[in-house]
Design a protein around this ligand. Structure first.
Ligand SMILES: Cc1ncc(COP(=O)(O)O)c(C=O)c1O
Length: 296
């Protein structure tokens, strides 16, 4: 059983007892939104940014979150405190709620809030050795069909790409947009380093990642950063490639479709940014009230 605690519509329950209705439109139709948040050393990293993005996603699908942003942030803090964990991962969800069958959102009368506080392990020791990736044949859903900044409960586009990586024995999938430009990885943003310059695509076809923003901030002052579109050949010729995400953190990509990137190990810029990122997440954030952290 996963460790931690789960908040569901006013109640805190153990992961084993955390259940929602099969009539929830989040389950039936993927009608809902979510966030992925990490906490380190008894502090929640970028809590306000994640709550803002959750509410923005909800607004984009006309979903009313049944509390204010401040109340939501407090609920996240309370759930984390109840878990007793000092390091872990949070998965807040707002679903359309349960309602009769039929995808019309009006069939659900009240949205549901779920906050899972547990742990996550994505790349483990690959943070040191780097990941190998494939370029997925499935393309990113175009923004004209679905705004990539709606972090919705329907991740099939990303899951199909990830499954392709699994079948090919790769750690990750790089997803291209409809025009063949690099969009992102399955649940991470992507960066390339060439000639000491740090590149990442604009967020027209991918999520405005909070880790992406943090990495751009950390880079400034040390590296030139450029937000511009590029294709796979640019990645293949880059000195370094890395991906960023709350769950995956900062991880080097050392091989794409069987071709080595640079010399085939995480490069110096990736390692420098990874180190600075880990230092930042471990020393900042909103203190969890009863996690024995006085906030200093
Ligand atoms: C599709 C997608 N892209 C990028 C990211 C990285 O975003 P963040 O750094 O905010 O976790 C995520 C993670 O949530 C994601 O699901």
């Amino acid at each position: 059983m996963p460790e931690g605690v789960v908040y569901i519509d006013g109640e805190f329950v153990s992961p084993n007892d955390a259940k929602i209705s099969v009539f929830d439109h989040g389950l039936l139709y993927g009608d809902g939104v979510f966030e992925g948040i990490r906490f380190y050393n008894g502090r929640i990293f970028k809590l306000a940014e994640h709550v803002d993005r959750l509410f923005a996603s909800a607004e984009k699908i006309g979903l009313t979150v049944p509390c204010s942003k401040e109340e939501f942030a407090q609920l996240v803090l309370k759930t984390t405190a109840k878990s007793g964990l000092h390091d872990g991962y949070l998965r807040p969800l707002v679903t359309r709620g349960s309602g009769d069958l039929g995808l019309d959102p009006r069939k659900s009368k009240k949205s549901s809030i779920v906050i899972i506080c547990s742990t996550i392990n994505l790349y483990g020791s690959k943070h040191e050795t780097g990941l190998n990736a494939i370029v997925a044949s499935v393309r990113r859903t175009p923004p004209s069909s679905l705004n990539p900044n709606i972090k919705s409960l329907n991740y099939l586009n990303n899951i199909l790409a990830k499954s392709e990586a699994n079948v090919k024995g790769a750690d990750e999938a790089i997803i291209l947009d409809q025009e063949g430009y690099v969009a992102e990885a399955s649940a991470d943003n992507i960066f390339a380093v060439k000639g000491g310059v740090v590149y990442t695509p604009p967020t027209v076809t991918n999520l405005v990642g909070i880790t992406r923003g943090t990495i751009l901030d950390i880079s400034k002052g040390t590296y030139e950063t450029r937000v511009e579109r590029f294709k796979v050949d640019f990645l293949l010729k880059a000195d370094e490639v890395f991906i960023t995400g709350t769950g995956g953190e900062v991880a080097g990509v050392v091989e794409i479709d069987g071709q080595k990137i640079g010399v085939g190990v995480p490069g110096p810029v990736t390692k420098d940014l990874q180190k600075k990122y880990f230092a930042l997440v471990r020393s900042t954030g909103v203190p969890i009230p009863s996690a024995g952290n006085n906030g200093h």
